[in-house]
Write a protein that binds this ligand. Structure first.
Ligand code: 5GP
Ligand code: MG
Length: 177
């Protein structure tokens, strides 16, 4: 029998809240008069997106895309498929992609390519967390929250096989032996 995974606190809910406030201020400054479309990448970004949008008091639209790649493991397979695309026309709109975590960068690169082909007026990227150690493709992050070490993280919407999304803080996880 394997034991429960071990969680080590990385970022408290207060640090996350301060980070979301800072990002919201930057996004308000840049998009306040642009009526942007914010595109969250499901499922991991839902909690960040909800907290962020509550701090954005200007007209905007919310969209989500959903991809498959992980298959329950801890590493992206690299074979990414679009499961649900945007429902709104984004041609000539200002589009801001909202991610929970960027690891190899393959998922984000796929989404930016998919949205870019629809000819938005602008296309930028905001991520709550970034794990630069394992990057496989270059990704330009316009709004960066927190940099995480080369560990598997969970909490604040980010799961391990659907577990631990509910945690209000962010943890590094080690699987039980
Ligand atoms: P990438 O394509 O950049 O390797 O991975 C992006 C996706 O993989 C993220 O949106 C997230 O769903 C998942 N992912 C990457 N790193 C982690 C991690 O440390 N913990 C968890 N739970 N998911 C991760
Ligand atoms: Mg994600």
């Amino acid at each position: 029998m394997s034991s429960e995974p071990k969680l080590t606190l990385l970022f408290t809910r207060d640090e996350i809240e301060a980070t979301v406030k800072r990002l919201a201020a930057e996004i308000r400054r840049d998009y306040g008069d642009k009526h942007p479309v914010l595109v969250g990448i499901l499922k991991g970004s839902f909690m960040f997106m909800a907290d962020l949008i509550r701090l954005l008091d200007f007209p905007l639209e919310v969209e989500f895309v959903r991809l498959s790649s992980y298959g329950g493991g801890r590493e992206t397979s690299g074979k990414i498929k679009l499961v649900q695309g945007v429902q709104t026309k984004i041609k000539d709109r200002h589009v801001l992609v909202i991610e929970d975590i960027i690891d190899t960068g393959l998922t984000t690169a796929f989404v930016l390519d998919y949205l870019g082909k629809k000819e938005p007026a602008s296309l930028k990227l905001c991520t709550l967390t970034d794990k630069p150690a394992r990057r496989k493709t270059k990704v330009n992050i316009d709004y960066l929250g927190l940099t995480v070490p080369n560990k598997f993280v969970v909490g604040y919407g980010i799961d391990w096989d659907e577990r631990f999304r509910y945690l209000p803080d962010i943890y590094a996880m080690e699987e039980g032996q």
